[in-house]
Design a protein around this ligand. Structure first.
Ligand SMILES: [Fe+2]
Ligand SMILES: [Fe+2]
Length: 164
């Protein structure tokens, strides 16, 4: 019964959500790297793909701490964000605005992840899951650093180039 559900259930549900999302992101990043015009953009997406692999492993450690199988739960939010990125690739391919568009999509992904990890860290500490907290914080730190790098890339080159 839904009546009996507690913060434990919310935590596990949200963990499954971000686990699914990270796996989708892992598949999307090479496509974004291939599409990107600039070498920095390509390299940035590939580097974050490597990090994402490590993030998935940390999430698997959190599942293990809970004694639950690592299983994703379909996340429509990330599906939508990735679908929009694919739309940008399709519609802006070959244009000067492509990289600015790709960066904006990537930042939407990062902000979704940042929101999820912020919540999971708070809930993990509420629930006394002290070993899960540093794992989740490590993922959050990588998402925040990626978001900052994307902002720098947009400001340093992609946005001005996009003006044509
Ligand atoms: Fe991630
Ligand atoms: Fe990320």
């Amino acid at each position: 019964m839904a009546k009996d559900k507690t913060l434990d259930d919310l935590f596990l549900d949200t963990l499954k959500d971000i686990y699914y999302a990270e796996k989708q992101i892992l598949k999307a990043l090479p496509k974004m790297a291939r599409a990107a015009d600039s070498e920095e953009g390509k390299a940035g997406f590939l580097q974050h793909r490597e990090e994402t692999q490590g993030q998935i492993e940390r999430l698997e450690q959190v599942f293990e701490l809970l004694g639950k199988p690592a299983r994703g739960k379909t996340c429509e939010a990330i599906q939508g964000i990735i679908a929009e990125a694919e739309e940008i690739i399709e519609e802006f391919k070959g244009s000067v605005a492509l990289d600015a568009g790709l960066i904006s999509s990537a930042q939407a992904v990062e902000h979704y992840e940042i929101a999820r990890y912020g919540t999971l860290i708070e809930w993990a500490s509420q629930l006394g899951l002290t070993e899960a907290v540093p794992l989740l914080k490590a993922n959050l730190a990588e998402e925040e650093a990626t978001d900052k790098k994307l902002t720098q890339l947009a400001k340093a080159s992609a946005n001005t180039k996009a003006k044509g």
